[in-house]
Design a protein around this ligand. Structure first.
Ligand SMILES: Nc1ncnc2c1ncn2[C@@H]1O[C@H](COP(=O)(O)OP(=O)(O)OP(=O)(O)O)[C@@H](O)[C@H]1O
Ligand SMILES: [Mg+2]
Length: 352
């Protein structure tokens, strides 16, 4: 339809075919349309435009895709967009989270099993590769895939060959593999935690999502969009609130922004979120998130806890009361742990 004239309010959403845009009023009162929504993703920063372009360019190909990015940067929406624009969106989209895959069932989940293949295998069942034949298999958190499974995965990714557990027939599938991780897989390869051949096989089409702090210009746009969605258009942000949003570094990226807005929306008055309604993670928690990010690959929860506690103790110059307070834990618990780790013997703190 040819539109020659339309009256639009600031932030109106407009749809052009499959593309959505925002109508924005500039400070001078002039309006302009910003194409802001791409398959559920908002943000016009240069790196995000590159991401949209890559999705458009490669969605219809069949080579594997490796999406990387910190937690909450939108890896999952990118995977869905790849499928939706693949030209076979009616085909199956299957998600498998490698981090929560039970070790003993990983092979069966991926490749299926025949009846009686193991105790409890009462029926033959197709695995994720077969279920997604002709469609897309999203392997989330691929960095957590156990090493022993990686060789089998390589065959499936490389040749589309899958063999059910307990079966001897090889089936060839046309499954597009899209993998995602928040780990640095190249570093994992160097550390011997991830197979090099599998890494190269998956990294044919790399899509890297930048952290939100590296594209703060996107924050107000995404915030407008998310708040509009959440409140069904009934709550808006003030300019001061938007400015405040740009002062935070968003370690949890868009997910954290979403949560902050959701809290603000419920606390605000009169359908307006102002700077005072916005609360970010307190510094202490942020510090821990930072620490968490430097945690070593495959570190256990117990080791991570130890690293966090010892780091804080170091930060507090060995002061146990302050350390316990900073970490929000009881002093007795802290002392018990330190004693167990041999960091203190009775009352003396050893150098940590
Ligand atoms: N550019 C964006 N525009 C709008 N919403 C976004 C954008 N990026 C992410 N989101 C939203 O942020 C949330 C987190 O995104 P998503 O689940 O895709 O992150 P992720 O990278 O998979 O994180 P994780 O590594 O923790 O699984 C989702 O609700 C998603 O819809
Ligand atoms: Mg995810």
């Amino acid at each position: 339809m040819k539109v020659t004239e339309a009256e639009l309010a600031d932030c109106s959403r407009i749809t052009f075919g499959k593309t959505e845009g925002f109508f924005r009023l500039s400070r001078a009162g002039r309006g302009r349309v910003k194409i802001a929504v791409f398959e559920g993703m908002v943000g016009n920063s240069a790196p995000m435009l590159d991401v949209y372009a890559a999705i458009r360019k490669y969605a219809e190909k069949s080579s594997p895709v490796l999406i990387t990015g910190e937690t909450g940067t939108g890896k999952e929406i990118v995977a869905r967009a790849m499928h939706k624009l693949s030209g076979r969106p009616d085909k199956t989209y299957v998600t498998l989270n490698c981090a929560t895959l039970p070790r003993d069932l990983a092979e069966s989940e991926l490749f299926g099993h025949e009846k009686g293949a193991f105790t409890g295998a009462h029926e033959a069942r197709a695995g994720a590769f077969e279920a997604a034949d002709g469609g897309t298999l999203f392997l989330d958190e691929i960095g957590e895939m156990p090493l022993e499974m990686q060789a089998k995965l390589l065959r499936a990714v490389q040749y589309g060959e899958v063999k059910r557990v307990g079966g001897n027939k090889t089936t060839v599938v046309k499954t597009r593999v899209v993998a995602a991780t928040n780990r640095d897989l190249a570093a994992e390869v160097k550390a011997g935690k991830f197979r090099e051949d599998l890494f190269y096989r998956l990294n044919v089409i790399p899509i890297a999502l930048p952290p939100l702090r590296d594209r703060l210009e996107d924050v107000p746009v995404i915030a407008d969009y998310l708040l509009d969605e959440m409140s069904e258009g009934s709550v808006a942000l003030t300019d001061k609130a938007k400015a405040k949003l740009k002062t935070h570094d968003w370690p949890g990226n868009v997910r954290e922004l979403h949560n902050a807005l959701s809290v603000a929306m419920n606390n605000c008055k009169g359908g307006v979120v102002d700077a005072g309604d916005l609360r970010f993670q307190p510094a202490r928690l942020k510090q821990q998130v930072e620490l968490w990010k430097v945690r070593k690959p495959h570190m256990s929860l117990a080791d991570a806890e130890k690293a966090i506690i010892l780091d804080e103790l170091d930060r507090q110059g060995g002061h146990r009361e302050k350390t316990a307070k900073a970490l929000g834990m009881g002093l007795t618990t802290l002392k018990r742990k330190l004693r167990a780790w041999g960091v203190i013997t009775e009352n003396r703190v050893r150098s940590v």
